[in-house]
Write a protein that binds this ligand. Structure first.
Ligand SMILES: [Zn+2]
Length: 473
């Protein structure tokens, strides 16, 4: 068993280490009938598709090429029809440098947040929560009228995790305007701001936004560089379910990164959540008109589902969207922000997929924000109640310490076993898989141990590809 685990750990160290050159792909928008929901995450993990909508028995996805020639379109599901041959062309008015128009640029995001803090020092404080690979600050604005912001219910609102989803930075700015301007004019808003601390990070991925607005509108990831590959999907880089419904290929749009929390943006959000202990989080993406909640990594019902579903439904009634868990109404997507904020940080996390386009025409920004404001206000209203009933996920302080100890042991054992295996002469991935597949058949204890670990949400991302690989033999 010990020897088999050596093989296992060695495999886990080697498996994600595939590199591929970064070539700017062509993207086209396609649709096909939904036959098996389980195939969607595999399709996305193939690196060839990014699913943007699942509704009415059909899937809408962006299909990409590895190279700019059309023969290289990745495997085509049956019944596929092309909706748009060139997604970039649809966005032509916004695709040149300096033409982001009414949308916030990275510089405007920073200057406006600084401006709020300067004009309303009693209500607003601006803070950098981290610095990106390219050295940009990730700016947050804390809004509160409370004497001691650490003792009131706390909420994080964050947008623009994905670079091309420009609309997702506009609603956070709209929320700031509503809360700060409303403070003097509207007693209801004053009461809200005085009794809560609301953190707003309109642009979580400033490197990506700068690239999307300056170079290539359809860019999705951040801009971190490892060798010749560029960018990690921040919303696949979080710990819980890491590795599921994402790609190990650095060239993929849903590349999960070499390890969870490998990215500065991921660590900035986690450090802020760790420090501020938010009760509720609300993130924005675009698009699909959805109100989403955990799990993303699993189709199982999450703990506290009744609470998530109740507020999800109420918000969906307010903005006319469709509510549900990510994995149940879309597809399995592990390593997203919300599963980790939920399981590891005890927040009630929600996400809106805003509107029907990544970058709506400028005259639709305000209507889109206005349509969503009542839904946002519902959650802000519900914040004190939710703060009193944290999610039943067992991530109290003691559990966190226990998990931290487990994690350290995990890293130590992987390192030691890997060195042991190297000392034994090393091997290719294929040989290791063959050895392991043989041992699993004759050793029920090993098989059971792998199955057990593969069900652990903290390890599922590491084990699932392995279990699949062994079964294929
Ligand atoms: Zn997104």
């Amino acid at each position: 068993m010990a020897r088999a685990l050596v093989v296992l750990f060695t495999l886990l160290s080697i498996l994600p280490a595939f590199a591929e050159p970064t070539i700017r792909p062509r993207l086209r928008k396609v649709t096909f009938p939904l036959t098996d929901r389980h195939e969607l995450s595999a399709l996305e993990a193939s690196g060839g598709f990014e699913i943007v909508e699942v509704a009415g028995g059909r899937v809408v996805a962006l299909q990409r090429t590895e190279r700019p020639d059309e023969t290289a379109w990745v495997p085509v599901p049956a019944g596929l029809a092309v909706l748009s041959e060139d997604v970039d062309q649809e966005l032509a008015p916004f695709s040149a440098q300096g033409s982001e128009g009414a949308y916030h640029s990275v510089a405007e995001n920073q200057s406006e947040l600084a401006d709020w803090a300067a004009r309303f020092p009693d209500l607003c404080r601006v803070e950098s929560i981290g610095r990106t690979f390219e050295g940009r600050d990730i700016w947050a604005l804390r809004i509160t009228g409370a004497a001691d912001p650490k003792t009131v219910p706390r909420m994080l609102i964050f947008g623009l995790i994905h670079a091309r989803e420009w609309a997702s930075a506009e609603l956070p700015h709209y929320i700031i305007k509503k809360l700060v301007n409303g403070y003097a004019a509207d007693p209801a808003i004053k009461k809200i701001v005085d009794s809560r601390a609301i953190w707003v990070v309109p642009v979580t991925n400033p490197d990506g936004l700068a690239y999307s607005q300056g170079q290539y509108t359809m860019w999705r990831k951040n801009r971190s560089r490892r060798g010749s590959s560029v960018g990690v999907d921040i919303n696949r880089n979080f710990e819980v379910g890491w590795g599921l419904g994402s790609s190990s290929s650095p060239g993929s749009d849903v590349y999960r990164g070499p390890s969870f929390a490998s990215e500065e943006e991921t660590r900035a959000v986690l450090a802020l959540a760790q420090r501020e202990r938010f009760h509720v989080t609300l993130s924005f993406h675009a698009y699909s008109e959805l109100v989403l909640y955990p799990w993303g990594y699993s189709e199982d019902d999450p703990p506290g589902k009744a609470v998530l579903a109740r507020h999800g439904k109420a918000m969906a009634q307010a903005n006319g969207y469709t509510p549900g868990s990510v994995a149940q109404i879309l597809y399995v997507a592990g390593g997203g922000t919300d599963d980790t904020l939920f399981l590891r940080h005890g927040c009630w996390p929600f996400t809106f997929e805003l509107g029907t386009q990544f970058v709506p025409p400028e005259n639709q920004i305000d209507p889109l924000c206005a349509k969503n404001w009542p839904a946002v206000l519902h959650l802000i209203d519900a914040l004190p109640g939710l703060a009193q009933t944290p999610p039943p996920v067992g991530v109290a302080a003691t559990a966190s310490r226990r998990l931290a100890a487990l994690e350290q042991a995990w890293v130590r054992s992987r390192t030691a076993l890997f060195e042991d295996m190297q000392g034994a002469g090393g091997s290719t991935v294929d040989e290791l898989l063959a050895t392991l597949a043989g041992q699993v058949q004759t050793d029920p204890a090993l098989a059971g141990e792998i199955e057990r670990r593969a069900r652990d949400p903290r390890l599922v991302g590491l084990y699932t590809p392995l279990v699949r690989a062994i079964r294929m033999r």
